[in-house]
Design a protein around this ligand. Sequence first.
Ligand code: PLP
Length: 285
Amino acid sequence: RTVFVNGEYLPETEAKISIFDRGFLMADAVYEVTSVLGGKLVDFEGHAVRLERSLKELDMKAPCTKEELLEIHRKLVEVNEIDEGLVYLQVSRGSDGDRDFVFPDPETTEPSLVLFTQNKPGLADSPAAKKGAKIISIEDIRWGRRDIKTTQLLYPSMGKMMAKAAGADDAWMIEDGHVTEGTSNNAYFVKDGKIVTRPLSNDILHGITRKAVLRLAEEAQMQIEERLFTIDEAKEADEAFTTSASAFVMPVVEIDGVALGDGTPGALAKRLREIYLDEARAKAI
Ligand code: PLP
C-alpha cells in the first residue's frame, strides 16, 4: 500500500512519524474517513468542511488547502486501485521535539498529515447490512466536545469490545438517560413512520452521512423528529438504524437483547440505505 505522510507518497513500511508527535502522545489530532464507491470519493466536500471546523475548534493549523487534500485522496485511491473502500486522513498538531502539555509554537511547528486507504470490496453490498446490527447500550463517559472529530477513540473501542463480549455488533451510548450516538455512528429509531434522532450539539459528532440521510428522508416525504430519546423508546420502536461514512445506513435489529419488529432490517432503513447509496454513487467525485 502506498500511504501519504507529510508531503510524501511512500510504501507503508517506509512511512515515519516522530515519537514526540502530539497525535501519538496525547491524541492531539483530528481525523476524517471518506468512503470510496466506484473509485470515487463520497461527499469529499462535507468531510473537508468538517475537518476545517475540527482544526479551528482546536486552534490547529491546516496542513494544506482543500484542493491539495482532494488531490492526495484521489492519487491514493488511484495508486492503490481502490474501487470500494475508505480513505483515512489524520492531522495532528505535530511536535517541537519534546513532550509538553502546552501546545508548541504554531509559528515554528508544522502539523502532521497522514493519509492511507483501506480496500473494502463489498462495502456497499454488505452482508452485515443485510443481517442488521445487534447493539447493546452502555454509559457515555466521553469528553464534552464530541462534535470535534478527535482521535480519542479509546472509549469507543472499549464500547465495541463490550458489544463483542455480549455477542452484539456495536454499542449505543447513554448520557443523562438519553442516547447520544453509537461508538462510531449516529443513532436513529423509527416509530409509526417517524424517524427520531438526537439534535446536533457538542454532545455528538455532526455526521456527514447524518446530514445527507436526513435531507434525503425529507425529500422522500418521510417524517423526522430531532429530539432527545431514551433507550427504552428505541427498544419499543418499529425499527432502528445508524449512519456513518464507513457503513452508510446500517439497520439495527436488536437492542439489549430485544428484537425490533420481526428482528430483521426494517423497510424504511433498507429504503434509506438504497436512496443514500444511489445518490452517493451519482455525486461521488
Ligand atoms: N458519531 C461518531 C462518534 C463517529 O465516530 C462517527 C464516524 O466516525 C459518526 C458519528 C458518523 O459520522 P460520519 O457520518 O461523518 O461518518
